[in-house]
Write a protein that binds this ligand. Structure first.
Ligand code: ZN
Ligand code: MN
Length: 479
């Protein structure tokens, strides 16, 4: 029966802005780093009477950068509104948000979903403050206001999503964009990226929007997929029985794999929105917007498309190389130095990243003990046939562990390949001289001994040369 119905989804996403201080006061915006509850608080973010908020310019700057990263239009004038509701995590009984005139307007985000390029439209993005955190223990409720007043960006999309893959790939792309633009760490498990999923169904071919259910409390990409599947079949079953889908808010319980009603339409809240009297409108100049745009850099999706289309990389490699800005920047710089995208790719993905994964100290590109030019030198030597690819790995390992210079390592370890026939013949002569029994054996017709002699030559030359060269010289000498 599910084949009859089309999923229609839109998203409301809260992203924690990575500013130094909170949105309206100078308290540290360090939710995860706070050692104790209620240490990053002050009379402003506790909203004591007569305290006045002062907007943090850094939050505006990061918000505009995020808007540019999503290719959305930035509104030169935006305002704050009060959203009134009572809850113990909100000391002042209202949230400062933007409803009527938001800082970022509409446009779209491009996403590769199963390697097909799709566009998902953003309705708008606005700025607002976060609430505190409640913990329910021992029949009591504990309030921690370290998070109260932390800046959030709320991104609201259009109902453009038709599958869970659409949703998950979009969120992953959004997370990457926020990280590339350095506006948020956007870690779902840490609550820095929170997503409410609005789901409705309709029969294929219909163009209406039916009643939608808002799913909350989804904390990971995998639980989003499960929550959507479950809600899809719950609504489809109702329609099959000619029943109604109520417009309601449901909380997702990931352990049980079910959702429960949190709020129905009948007791929907009236938030009494009104213009915030204590804050001036945000007015942005063209210079400010242009300066923010210059901070965005090349987007992850564009890098991924370059890796796929221009460099013809495998999908997995393109995904790994565009997964975060450090990898991508390092790779792009290496290609700029070497003009060799393929070798840059393979030395980063299969050598360097593998070593970084195993190392507790050197696990970022910034902490590498060697300059990027040394890795470029390794690639240059390989391309000039002066270094074998086996030995290139040895050199990179040495650089990784002890740092230093590529040319010095190559020379110290006798790894430089040579096409100097005299030197090669000298090696062969030495091997023949020191293995008289084996040579005699071979001359008597024991062909298998030949491989052993080639191996001895390789060993004597520290595996720096191609065995084929020794093959030829040995054959010549032994007749
Ligand atoms: Zn404060
Ligand atoms: Mn919100």
């Amino acid at each position: 029966m599910t084949w009859k119905y089309e999923l229609v989804i839109w998203l409301e996403i809260h992203v924690r802005v990575k500013s130094q201080t909170k949105m309206f006061c100078s308290c540290k915006n360090a939710v995860e780093l706070a050692e104790e509850p209620n240490i990053n608080v002050c009379p402003v973010c506790m909203w004591f009477p007569w305290m006045l908020p002062k907007l943090n310019a850094e939050v505006v700057r990061l918000g505009v950068i995020a808007g540019q990263a999503m290719k959305c239009e930035v509104n030169k004038i935006s305002r704050f509104d009060r959203k009134s509701y009572f809850y113990p995590d909100l000391p002042n009984s209202f949230q400062t948000t933007q409803l009527y005139e938001t800082i970022v307007g509409q446009w779209d985000v491009r996403v590769l979903v199963n390697w097909e390029l799709k566009h998902f439209k953003i309705h708008h993005m606005h700025l607002e403050n976060d609430a505190g955190k409640l913990t329910h223990v021992w029949g009591k409720t504990l309030c921690d206001y370290n998070r109260a007043g932390s800046p959030l960006m709320e991104i609201v999309t259009e109902p453009d999503f038709r599958s869970k893959d659409d949703v998950v790939e979009f969120l992953k792309e959004l997370q990457k964009m926020m990280r590339f633009a350095n506006v948020s760490d956007a870690d779902m498990e840490k609550g820095q990226l929170r997503c409410d999923v609005n789901i409705s169904l309709r029969k294929f071919g219909e163009n209406i929007l039916n009643n939608r259910v808002e799913l909350k409390n989804i904390n990971s990409f995998s639980s989003i997929g499960r929550a959507i599947d479950t809600e899809f079949s719950r609504q489809a079953k109702l329609y099959e029985k000619w029943e109604y889908v109520d417009q309601e808010t449901r909380g997702w319980d990931d352990d049980k794999g079910v959702s429960n009603v949190q709020r129905s339409k009948e007791n929907a809240m009236d938030y009494r929105y009104f213009p915030e009297p204590d804050l001036l409108p945000i007015v942005l100049t063209d210079e400010f917007i242009a300066d923010c745009a210059s901070k965005v850099g090349e987007l992850p999706i564009d890098r991924r498309i370059t890796y796929l289309n221009d460099y013809k990389f495998k999908e997995d490699d393109a995904r790994i190389l565009s997964a975060d800005r450090d990898i991508s920047d390092y790779f792009d710089s290496l290609v700029a130095l070497t003009k060799d995208a393929n070798k840059s790719n393979s030395y980063i993905t299969s050598v360097l990243l593998a070593m970084m994964k195993e190392d507790a100290e050197v696990n970022t590109f910034a902490s590498l003990r060697f300059e990027i030019s040394e890795l470029a030198e390794v690639i240059a030597l390989v391309n000039k046939d002066e270094l074998s690819s086996t030995n290139a790995k040895l050199v990179i390992e040495e650089l990784f562990v002890n740092g230093g210079k590529t040319s010095a390592i190559v020379d110290a370890k006798w790894l430089r390949q040579t096409n100097d026939l005299w030197a090669l013949e000298a090696v062969v002569d030495k091997v023949i001289e020191s293995n008289p029994t084996q040579v005699a054996d071979y001359k008597w017709g024991n062909e298998r001994i030949f491989g052993f002699l080639v191996g001895q030559c390789m060993k004597a030359s520290a595996w720096a040369w191609n065995p084929k060269i020794f093959n030829d010289i040995l054959k010549n000498k032994l007749g």
